[in-house]
Design a protein. Structure first.
Length: 336
């Protein structure tokens, strides 16, 4: 099944007005500039009803799933620029007869998957700022004896797998994802003599969803939400026995990002996207009570992370190449 571009719709409009009962052959033509910069010639005195705009919009709705944005912009432009008055029933019928009929709405099955859909595997570089607050309390009374605040922002790397789909058959893409980052992030509060207390993050995993519209076939912003797990060591070295307790801490993540399919990366057989992303994670407090390194005290490690990600996604179920004007199945306007 061939897919029409906005120039294909423009050709249909020109052809239809040429066939209408408004005696187009006896009228002067005017050029209407469409949203994409192309032009279409219509009779200066031609009339078009709102019903005909709706008919064309029905066609656009069928193929909108394959090229988000283009058809809506063109049809809105036509509705704004052409006079909306009555038209004869004969002309109305002629227009309807020449609007192409599709056997089914455009869908991943019939016309390829929408952009940013299907399975993708990605790689990411992260600038993760961990903000740690360590609270020391007397074990017997619960009285706070010290509050220490520290942060670090090393660079780490990770991988991400995702699966995107369009549940409402429109430009909104929902992507379920799982990311795994390898870390060696030490956030220590160091005392004179080299003693210290703090955490060492080993790895971080997040699973959740990204939701956002494909504003064009090559660009989409999105919001994300997910649950995360941070594997870390709670370390204390006060000069005597050393305590190192490994724990996995759950957290909740919110963020936003944007992804772009640059043309220079689309020549390798599979769609490749670049993304930039920010996320904030609130971690559950990690607890270390009466450790051997400090048996008279309990310790609470409260942490939040701000993470900036820059990465690359490779899509293994990408959309087919966009149709070119020479490949479009449209009728030519009748000759005068």
């Amino acid at each position: 099944m061939r897919i029409f571009s906005h120039r294909g719709v423009a050709a249909i409009v020109a052809m239809v007005f040429g066939m209408s009962a408004v005696s187009a052959h006896a009228q002067a033509l005017q050029m209407i500039t469409l949203a994409d910069g192309s032009s279409v010639a219509v009779p200066t005195e031609a009339n078009i009803s709102r019903q005909i705009v709706r008919d064309l919009d029905d066609l656009a709705a069928d193929i909108y799933y394959c090229a988000p944005g283009d058809y809506r912009r063109v049809l809105k432009d036509l509705e704004n620029k052409l006079s909306l008055r009555n038209i004869s029933q004969r002309a109305h019928d002629a227009i309807k007869r020449n609007i192409p009929k599709y056997p089914e709405p455009c869908s991943p099955k019939s016309a390829g998957a929408p952009p940013f859909s299907g399975f993708a595997l990605g790689f990411e570089v992260n600038d993760n700022t961990g903000q740690l607050q360590t609270t020391e309390k007397f074990a017997d009374s619960g009285i706070i004896s010290a509050v220490l605040k520290d942060q670090k922002d090393p660079i780490d790397v990770g991988i991400v797998a995702s699966y995107g789909f369009a549940p409402w058959n429109n430009a909104i893409i929902v992507s379920a994802f799982l990311s795994m980052d390898v870390m060696n992030q030490k956030i220590y509060h160091t005392f004179p003599g080299g003693t210290f207390i703090g955490t060492q993050a080993n790895w971080l995993a997040t699973t959740g969803v990204k939701v956002g519209p494909a504003l064009t076939p090559n660009f989409r912003p999105y919001l994300l939400a997910g649950v995360s797990v941070l594997n870390q060591n709670l370390n204390i070295n006060f000069g005597g026995p050393v305590t190192s307790n490994n724990t996995s801490t759950p957290g909740f993540t919110l963020g936003s990002g944007a992804e772009f399919l640059p043309g220079v990366l689309q020549n390798f057989g599979l769609p490749i996207g670049l993304f930039v992303q920010y996320q904030h994670t609130w971690w559950r407090d990690a607890q270390l009570n009466t450790p051997a390194a400090s048996p008279l005290f309990n310790y609470t490690f409260a942490r939040q992370d701000d993470t900036f990600k820059l990465g690359l996604n490779i899509y293994f179920n990408g959309p087919p190449p966009a149709a070119t004007p020479s490949d479009m199945a449209v009728k030519a306007p009748p000759s005068k």
